[in-house]
Design a protein around this ligand. Structure first.
Ligand SMILES: Nc1ncnc2c1ncn2[C@@H]1O[C@H](COP(=O)(O)OP(=O)(O)OP(=O)(O)O)[C@@H](O)[C@H]1O
Ligand SMILES: [Mg+2]
Length: 498
């Protein structure tokens, strides 16, 4: 009798035994049944001495992709065992894992190869053979429903002989997870995320964030600002990114808040990009007006990984957060009445929801995150929102000074000095011009402009400076505006109400 026939014989005998067991269990007492169950399992394990471990892609309430699954995926994509896989999936930018890459070229466009569904590979570790398969379990919802049926569940299954149990539990799994995480981190393509307009609670694959690869070239070297201030910010950021132990020692979640404020065009958004490039973090650009309510905001927060900068741009315009919390309460009571009306698609995120997002209990999930607010009008913000501890650093980005100009001249024109610098320095001391305007004037306007282009650019800048507002004149203008506003307000409040 051949080996295959022998196995087939055993297989059918086992199947008959299982069938008889099922019949038996149905008709005899549970106590007897349970005892027999133990013996039946022993019998099965005698003929099938393999142990299986399953790693599902989404676990628990499916809020978050499993880190173990992502690590296994990266490990299998990069490990030598996957070279024997016949069917692979190729993608240049897959969801969530920062997975291992098989091959590819160019930053951000690495082609990621992973085992296709129902593919099997064999790994070996300390003399043991480990069998990995990637599988997909179809959703078993047959009910006809108005909502989309739950999606299929992907998982990896590891099988090994029971004699390797200790080896797998004590060292192999640790090895896979550590290697997988390291590979994932190394091949990570940094991403810029933005939140979708609605969070689909019926399909967890429609996650709250969509992304593109993050490709902003800004660095701290190219930012025009006071060099000492710049050094201070860079040091602070680096200390934060290395501060895991410090934060756990002092009992603080590993996160830090930055408030960047200043007039338009002074480099707030550019600084966020430079921060991401310095620390190698992903950027989550949160559009608050697209978040339905506080609970959606929490779900979004849960999907944010570590090593991330959460950005809320123009926070003063995002929501009506400027009012005091009392006003906010009145407003939300009013809005609560509107709940249920279909036309009411406005965001119902409240100030307290946002405060919880920044430093509530949930905010500690994930770790290693920066929260950055930007605004043009810092005075409009509720003090609770920007108090130290929430926004740990307040950084003012202001009009271009001579030091800033020198950085831009070096970046744009490749020069460290010029005879026109003195005049420009004098003008910069007298007048307000944003770094964005300086940069625009230093940009060559023609492709062919080579000889004399430095003079042309610097003369353009001098011209722009002459046309810009005087510092003092601006100050006076602002004071005048403020006084007029105050008088009007006083008059209105003094007028008898009708
Ligand atoms: N400090 C700076 N250093 C270098 N370049 C700058 C700086 N500030 C502005 N720029 C240039 O000006 C452009 C606009 O700057 P940016 O978008 O960062 O301004 P912002 O402060 O975010 O403005 P807004 O308040 O309108 O959002 C950038 O593309 C950048 O090239
Ligand atoms: Mg901006």
């Amino acid at each position: 009798m051949g080996m295959e026939e022998k196995w087939a014989g055993w297989g059918s005998a086992l199947a008959s035994a299982m069938f008889l067991w099922a019949m038996f269990r149905q008709y005899f007492s549970s106590i007897l049944g349970d005892r027999l169950g133990v013996h039946a399992m022993k019998l099965v394990s005698f003929f099938y001495p393999y142990i299986e471990i399953t790693f599902f892609e989404y676990t628990g309430q499916r809020l978050k992709r499993s880190e173990a699954y992502a690590a296994v995926e990266s490990y299998l994509s990069a490990s030598s065992c996957s070279k024997h896989a016949r069917r692979l999936k190729a993608d240049s930018d897959r969801e969530g894992s920062g997975s291992g890459s098989g091959s590819g070229s160019g930053s951000g466009s690495a082609l990621i190869l992973a085992m296709d569904d129902h593919e099997e590979v064999i790994d070996s570790f300390s003399g043991a053979k480990l069998y990995w398969s990637s599988q997909i379990a179809p959703s078993n919802s047959n009910a006809i429903s108005f909502y989309p049926s739950p999606p299929d569940r992907r998982f990896y299954r590891l099988s090994f002989h029971r004699r390797h149990r200790d080896l797998v539990a004590k060292s192999y799994l640790r090895h896979v997870l550590d290697e997988g995480k390291a590979i994932g981190l190394k091949n990570r393509v940094r991403r810029l995320y933005t939140n979708n307009t609605s969070y689909d609670s019926y399909d967890f694959r429609k996650l709250g964030w969509s992304h593109v690869n993050f490709e902003h070239p800004a660095t701290f070297e190219t930012i025009a600002m006071d060099p000492e201030k710049k050094r201070d910010i860079v040091d602070d950021l680096i200390a934060f990114s290395r501060g895991k132990e410090f934060y756990s020692r002092v009992g603080k979640p590993w996160k830090r808040g930055y408030l960047l404020y200043g007039p338009p065009g002074t480099g707030k958004s550019t600084m966020i990009a430079a921060m991401a490039n310095l620390l190698d973090y992903d950027v989550y650009d949160l559009e608050l007006t697209a978040v339905k309510n506080n609970s959606s905001l929490r779900k979004l927060l849960l999907e944010i990984s570590g090593k991330a900068i959460i950005v809320l741009e123009d926070i003063d315009c995002s929501l009506d957060l400027s009012g005091k919390r009392k006003k906010e309460k009145e407003k939300s009571e009013e809005e609560e009445k509107k709940i249920g009306s279909e036309e009411n698609t406005e965001s119902k995120v409240t100030l307290s929801g946002l405060l919880n997002f920044i430093d509530g209990l949930w905010s500690a999930c994930g770790g290693e995150r920066l929260v950055v607010f930007t605004t043009n009008f810092v005075e409009k913000l509720d003090p609770a929102l920007i108090r130290r501890g929430r926004m740990d650093r307040h950084i003012e980005l202001s009009y271009c000074d001579f030091e800033g100009f020198k950085v831009l001249a070096r970046n744009y024109l490749g020069i460290n000095e010029h005879t026109l610098f003195e005049k420009i320095q004098r003008l910069l001391e007298e007048r307000n011009i944003t770094p964005a305007d300086v940069a625009e004037n230093l940009m060559p306007k023609k492709v062919t402009e080579v000889a004399g282009s430095v003079e042309v650019c610097l003369t353009n800048l001098i011209q722009a400076l002459m046309e810009s507002k005087l510092n003092s004149a601006k100050g006076e203008e602002e004071m005048l505006e403020a006084t007029v506003a105050k008088v009007v307000e006083e008059k209105e409040s003094a007028a008898p109400s009708t």
